[in-house]
Write a protein that binds this ligand. Structure first.
Ligand code: 5GP
Ligand code: MN
Length: 329
């Protein structure tokens, strides 16, 4: 089976060395983890434990409810106090910088040996060991490659975790970052007992009626600029109040905006505590990282985000101006 093309094979070997050698690990990921972050954390933990190693995991507030179905999610500690050092290394997955772990930085012991495993091209290489694959569609794919390199067998639970990582970060195998090796590893994960229908239902088939109604509101609120090449919508506190729920995850919404014919830059502005979270999805005509970097954010060329410390009105104006500036002719 053709393996994932590697940009940094030396990084992979260094990471495997580190994991082979150590006995006790802490794994952390970016704050408000998505499927790739949590699936990679849990999948890697399971692989290490299958080798007789001890692993702690922390995520600010614990595993988010929408990913609580992942095997092992209940074991994740919700505060830095769940860390029980000493550790041979701290493994940071799916985070372009250590600052992206936000509150969980406090769980990392001073002077800890950090192993940085990530697929953001903009990664700041903050580890003692850095394995960065900027062309990889997901960190989950990297964990799979790591298991192969180390010769550590997968089981059903680790396969489920890695499948969730891959299926979410490839937009269900639809993003251009999806490669032949992505489908081949998905096939292998299915061979280990992953049921795609069950996972798709768990991730995308659990919407409540108030959630669906917020989708309707968000569609109603779509605006466009640049002759329809830029489209955006917003999720405001008023919309949350009306629906009686708060939306904490914007991926579905921005994908909806991106699905409009002719759209090259899709944006979601979502009210969060005291700020606005911007999510951007683009075609090749606009670099989403450059757009979000204007606001101190980052991500991938076609999918990036930032937090704007502004009112919704200010954020909307600034984001649309930035999109107009970054959109090619
Ligand atoms: P989303 O729009 O789904 O929140 O994020 C899309 C991508 O952008 C993800 O790869 C995520 O890691 C990255 N991203 C989102 N928000 C931020 C941010 O505030 N800062 C940085 N550096 N990256 C972000
Ligand atoms: Mn990711």
């Amino acid at each position: 089976m053709p393996a994932m093309p590697l940009a940094d094979p030396a990084g992979l070997r260094a990471a495997v060395d580190e994991l082979r050698r150590g006995r006790r690990f802490l794994i952390v990921t970016h704050a408000r983890p998505d499927g790739d972050a949590l699936g990679s954390e849990l999948g890697l933990a399971r692989l290490l434990e299958s080798q007789g190693k001890t692993v702690d995991m922390v995520v600010d507030g614990g595993a988010p409810p929408d990913l609580a179905f992942l095997p092992g999610a209940a074991r994740i500690g919700g505060t830095p106090a769940h860390a029980r050092p000493p550790y041979d290394a701290v493994l940071v997955v799916d985070a372009s910088g250590l600052d992206r772990t936000e509150g969980m930085q406090a769980a990392v012991p001073k002077g800890a040996r950090i192993v940085n495993i990530d697929h953001h091209a903009s990664n700041s290489r903050f580890g003692a060991v850095n394995w960065v694959e900027g062309e990889s569609a997901s960190t989950g794919e990297m964990i799979y490659a790591l298991a192969k390199e180390a010769g550590w067998p997968l089981d059903r639970d680790s396969a489920v975790c890695l499948y969730v990582a891959v299926v979410t970060d490839t937009g269900r195998f639809m993003f251009p970052s999806t490669r032949p090796s992505t489908h081949l590893l998905a096939a292998d994960l299915l061979a280990h007992g992953v049921e795609p229908g069950t996972i798709h239902r768990a991730i995308w088939g659990q919407k409540t009626l108030p959630e669906l109604r917020i989708h309707a509101e968000a569609i109603r609120a779509v605006k466009t600029a640049a002759g329809g090449k830029i489209a955006w919508t917003r999720l405001t506190p008023e919309m949350f109040e009306q629906a009686g729920i708060v939306i904490t995850e914007g991926q579905d919404f921005v994908a909806m905006v991106k699905s409009i014919k002719g759209v090259e830059v899709a944006m979601l502005l979502r009210a969060v505590e005291g700020a606005v979270k911007l999510s951007v999805r683009t075609e090749a005509t606009c670099d989403a990282v450059a757009l979000c970097a204007r606001f101190g954010g980052g991500g991938h060329k076609r999918a990036a985000g930032a937090t704007l410390k502004m009112t919704m009105e200010e954020a909307e104006k600034a984001a649309v101006e930035a999109a107009q500036a970054e959109l090619g002719p």
